[in-house]
Design a protein around this ligand. Structure first.
Ligand SMILES: [Fe+2]
Ligand SMILES: [Fe+2]
Length: 299
């Protein structure tokens, strides 16, 4: 299946609170920190993919690669607008981390295409674990949050699930099997994942310091609980991605993700699909298809 790029007009006006989930500054900071990385990471993924695609003979993989690039472009453009709001309204100091990321990705650009494709496929493997965590725990993580942010973040991870095979397929199209290519790919899982986690951590640490929470034990304990949950859910995906013969197709999408994709395909496209974060199940933000509605009506 070729991924479907969706340009969704998520809006981040000045009245949007950078602390967009009341009572949960630690998770808010984790998401804001990860968002900060996206306009540096994702253009790097796009440049790497663009360089690799002329060497891909399979037209379906090449077309998926182009769709991957368009999806990633939409992601980082939305994150950049969101991050500008964060810096403008409360955290201008984040610009220092952005400067460091610019330098870091410039250094990484000098590495071989194989190393950069392995980094790309490796980061993409991590996103599947993050999707599973965010979607399965959407109620405790996003319940009561500003819907504009929750809907934007979960849209991003829906599309990460949708294009989960692309970087892996391109890596294999270019480099095939063999022990060395496998080892480079396995190292890429750690390289891509920990690089992004490092810069995300710098972002949330800065935010929690600014909020006066970083040195408070109660905040550290809440952060440790969130991070522990993240690690428990994401680590198995990283370990499986490092095994020989790994194929992202073996990682099933959460049902909620498939429902989101099916719902969006039939919904009106003029407004951003906003989640009801006060609903106990936070269902996909689309009406059920007519067949499902009539099936529930009494005879
Ligand atoms: Fe993305
Ligand atoms: Fe991606």
């Amino acid at each position: 299946m070729i991924p479907i790029p969706r340009r969704i007009p998520f809006a981040f006006p000045d009245d949007l609170n950078p602390q967009w989930k009341p009572g949960d500054p630690e998770f808010t900071a984790m998401v804001n920190g990860a968002s900060l990385v996206m306009p540096y990471l994702e253009p790097f993924l796009i440049r790497t993919m663009r360089e690799a695609l002329p060497q891909v003979a399979d037209p379906a993989i090449a077309e998926s690669g182009r769709a991957f690039n368009t999806q990633e472009q939409h992601h980082y453009q939305a994150h950049r607008r969101f991050n500008e709001l964060l810096k403008r309204s409360r955290y201008p100091e984040l610009a220092q981390i952005e400067a460091d990321m610019t330098a870091s990705y410039a250094r990484l650009a000098k590495r071989s295409l194989r190393t950069r494709m392995a980094y790309t496929a490796g980061f993409e493997a991590m996103t599947l674990g993050v999707t599973r965590w965010l979607v399965d725990y959407r109620q405790p993580l996003f319940g009561g949050a500003d819907s504009r942010v929750a809907s934007f973040i979960l849209w991003h991870f829906v599309e990460e699930s949708e294009h989960k095979c692309v970087a892996h397929d391109v890596y294999h199209a270019l480099y095939g099997g063999g022990l060395v290519n496998y080892l480079v790919r396995a190292v890429g899982v750690l390289h891509g994942s920990f690089d992004v986690m490092w810069y995300s951590m710098r972002g949330y640490r800065l935010i929690l310091k600014k909020e006066g929470l970083w040195f408070r034990l109660s905040s550290r304990l809440r952060l440790a609980r969130r991070l522990g949950s993240f690690v428990r859910h994401v680590s198995p995906y990283l370990l499986r991605a490092m095994l020989p013969g790994h194929d992202p197709r073996q990682e099933a999408n959460p049902v909620w993700v498939d429902d989101w994709i099916a719902g969006h395909a039939t919904a009106a496209q003029d407004e951003p699909p906003l989640l009801d974060t006060l609903h106990p199940d936070i269902p996909v933000p689309f009406a059920p298809p007519p067949a499902a509605t009539s099936a529930r009506l009494p005879a």
